[in-house]
Write a protein that binds this ligand. Sequence first.
Ligand code: COA
Length: 224
Amino acid sequence: MSGVQIRKYQEEDAESVKEVFTLGMNEHIPSSFMHVLKQPLTQMVLMCTFCALVTSSKSFLLPVLAVTLLLAGARLGIIYMFNRYIEATLSGDLRDVTNSYLRSKDSCFWVAESEGQVVGTVACLPAENAPGCLELKRMSVRRSHRGRGIAKALCRTVADFTRDRGYAAVVLQTSMVATDAQKLYTHMGYQKIKEFVLPDFFGKIINFTLIEFRLDVQPDGQRD
Ligand SMILES: CC(C)(COP(=O)(O)OP(=O)(O)OC[C@H]1O[C@@H](n2cnc3c(N)ncnc32)[C@H](O)[C@@H]1OP(=O)(O)O)[C@@H](O)C(=O)NCCC(=O)NCCS
């Protein structure tokens, strides 16, 4: 953490914040594709397509081509799902961070800065579905600066803010493929409270699970 400073968001951070968020989200595309490949439904569709085409065409070329196309389609579907989420965020809260997070006393946006560069981000605001709690959002650290405790410091910043504002707990959602994030939150004392499948068409088809975590901060919930 030496040389890294956690500070409140400023207007000139806007583009870097969008970049750090987008890079962090895009990292989950390969692991999501692997997740899809492991699904029994995917394996069954690929196997049935392959066998049906081998039987009907008496050749291996067509089945191999068809399976390759199906895999490419699945990958494009995942890229589409992530792009849709990234676009919604960039044109949503990250379009105007000041307005989204810095106008109310109960929300905030911080960046981690190293040598004049934004290398990490985190935000929080009152949770819509958990009264009395703040929701941690937009946690992301540049790959080049991982493993130095920056995310832990950002987590602590949110926990301190939540406690100071008199809220009971920090809640957050992450995805099944964000394994480093899950380790981070568990390490910071968060409890897994719920798992559910992403409630949209593609999420249901690929069985994409979201995980909800909670950290109680009053009066003895703090750690680390
Ligand atoms: C998750 C993420 C923010 C962690 O950032 P980081 O600065 O590298 O994390 P830290 O160095 O503070 O590590 C915090 C703890 O998390 C755990 N952790 C983080 N990365 C880990 C890894 N690759 N393997 C094992 N544990 C890991 C460890 O417990 C670590 O503590 P330790 O070093 O004392 O063991 C970063 O990997 C990231 O930006 N990922 C992409 C975006 C993302 O998934 N965001 C979360 C959305 S909810």
